[in-house]
Design a binder for this molecule. Sequence first.
Ligand SMILES: [Zn+2]
Length: 268
Amino acid sequence: MLDSMRKTLFFEGKLPSCYNFEVLLATGVTHIMAPAYAFTPPQIARLREHDVKLEPVVTMQSDTCPCHPLVWDDLQRHINKALPAAFNGSGIMWFDHVRFSGKWEQSMASPPGIHEDCSLCEGKNRLRSIANLVRKITNWLPPNIEAGCFTVPIGKDYADTRHQLGQDVVSLGKRFNYVSPMMYHRSLGWSVGQTAGYLSWLKERVSAKVLPILQVKDFPDGVPDQLTEAEMAEVHTAVRNLDLPTAWFSWDGALEKGKTKALARIWQ
Ligand SMILES: [Zn+2]
């Protein structure tokens, strides 16, 4: 299958109704990103029967300094756990929160909750610290496993935030095979045009393949959802016009807000 044709759902697995396979398959999904523990072996076998690829997501601890060796041990343990859970010898493993903490979704210019210097990271260049960690991650993976990373959509603007989070998508794109920019445009207050503009900028600069992940509802949980199907379709079309595939965050959100049929219609 052509990569640009993939239809991807991010699966949190929080709701029991997530496991209604009829509803899930009716969307036309081809790939599912999920924590390795989200599916049982029989469920994984059922997805394989329908030719849906499962791609495990490994999340780095968000409450500990990324320079702490325990974070590395934890990551390595999670990678080893995820490997046999989902693969027949090849596939993609996704990494989330490969950065210092900070709520960029709330303010790109001055995110609250930025990790304060501690004894482990004081005086260090955070971009370099994360680059070192990424080198470890990609070296731990067997050669037949590709690596993808969810990235904060910071382009040429917000250089301070990029340094505070220690995440530079252009550098990450040299080590990871895929980057998945979290295009939560409503949370960021971006228009569809700005969203497409960022992706166009990104596509020109990274050697990694780009898989934008789009929001299915307004964040955070609890705020009224005013994201319409028409606007979801508009963002989706803007991404497809750049010849990029789409992922949706998240399947749980689509179920919660009754948008599963909307996803199917948009993907048709
Ligand atoms: Zn620290």
